[in-house]
Design a protein. Structure first.
Length: 247
């Protein structure tokens, strides 16, 4: 039996989608037939990526830490592409340091981008999803939100908070047909991991049972599943995509 994921007629809004994991998510959802909002800080970058992805993709600029800017981008997306059916909260930042050296600015910036932005965007789309009795919200967390990590107290707190937020919102809106889940990537082959020293990279690979770093497509595939009707009985869950690292 052949199973095809078809998102034709659905509109997806993907934050932080001008590069890396976010871009792969946008490309994957688009390939499945969805209209896709490519969202980034720069309108030029968002437009360029949307143009490269093709028809049914549009670029939108916003600063996710600016609630008004984020809400405006969501409104503009719905005006251009239609009501948002799939929200992917992918945008995030790091400000790594040992706890004793973290500043309140480091803490606040990370919480604002990684957690508060997801609250704002979810609140902005939830009413429409409730009325239509259909919605898919996927929050991109991290295994660090589950395991913790030295030098990342702020990042780990933001991602753990995102997991708790996901579980709570899932319980609130399941009865209205809105499914809310998390994907928690492990170490993915991006610009950040490419900068690791060779010794650190080798040690990291030894800790991953699959013996390789993940690719952005690995994460995008999990999100595609959660955005599809194949996951119609899945909500409040955290799908770990880490090559078996956390066991």
């Amino acid at each position: 039996m052949s199973v095809t994921i078809d998102l034709a007629g659905r509109t997806a809004f993907v934050t932080g989608s001008t590069r890396g994991i976010g871009r792969s998510i946008a490309e994957t959802l688009h390939a499945a037939g969805a209209n896709v909002a490519v969202v980034g800080r720069s309108k030029e970058s968002a437009d360029a990526v949307a143009s490269a992805i093709g028809d049914r993709a549009r670029g939108f600029a916003c600063d996710v830490t600016d609630s008004a800017s984020l809400r405006r981008a969501i409104t503009a997306c719905e005006t251009s592409l239609g009501p948002i059916d799939i929200l992917v909260n992918n945008a995030g930042i790091t400000r790594d340091n040992l706890l004793i050296r973290l500043t309140e600015q480091d803490w606040g910036d990370v919480i604002a981008a990684n957690l508060t932005a997801a609250f704002v965007s979810t609140q902005a789309v939830i009413k429409g999803m409730m009325k239509r009795r259909y919605g898919r919200i996927v929050n991109v967390a991290s295994i660090v939100g589950i395991t913790g990590n030295k030098g990342q107290a702020n990042y780990a707190a933001s991602k753990a908070g995102l997991i708790g937020f996901t579980k709570s919102v899932a319980k609130e809106y399941a009865g209205r047909g809105v499914l809310v889940n998390c994907v928690a990537p492990g170490f993915i082959d991006t610009d950040m991991t490419a900068a690791l020293p060779e010794a650190a990279r080798s040690a990291l690979l030894e800790a991953i049972p699959l013996g390789r770093l993940g690719s952005p497509v690995d994460v995008a595939g999990a999100i595609l599943f959660l955005a599809s009707d194949l996951a119609a009985y899945v909500t409040g869950q955290t799908v770990i995509v880490d090559g078996g690292m956390t066991g």
